[in-house]
Design a protein. Sequence first.
Length: 235
Amino acid sequence: MSVSDPRQPLWLLPGFLCDDDLWRDQLTGLADIAACTVADLGHGDSIAALAQQVLDAAPPRFALAGFSFGGYVAQEIARQAPQRIAWLALLDTSFHADTPERIAQRRAANRSVSLPGEFRGMTERLLPSFIAAERLHDTALAQRINAMTLRQGREVFIRQNAMRREDGAAALRALTCPALVLCGRQDVLTPPALHQSMAALMPQARLVVVEDSGHMSPMEQPAAVTRALREWLAA
């Protein structure tokens, strides 16, 4: 963003194995009011390191939206430098720390994906956990999601999956900036009840539940997500 650009700087943090294409429609739909940058979260050895990378590249004050894995990075930014966040949006994510069981599952997944063979990305077997049932017939959407995960690849899978997710409750309670908490109605990975609990940590937060959407709300229901982000930035 140039000095004369009146638009709000907005950093968009993608999810696990996601890239710029996650935010494709939001980049277009917010271009008139926000100078958007999609962070590369594929390089780093911890969520704290990824948060520092964003802080090193971002302006002194900026709007921040984190989706899924990116939501944990956003909460780490809130922990490290809350004064730099002008607006915060958390989409289809969680604020809970990894349990021992979840850590064991992640380690098992990394062992499995490290075995010889082709990295297959988002397979048809996994897709029902990520998008709403009524969208499973959407071939174009499935291909976009799979292509995105294949671009990120095996190394990013292992790297991001090994990063421990920390509890974000204290960092969220300390924030006073305008906040948006959003998820798909059919999100089975991070369901609406979890987002209600997250929004309750921030009295100023607006909770939005997007109908006819699973976990991948920015891609499943782009117009609804863009509309919610526009209203959030206008707060």
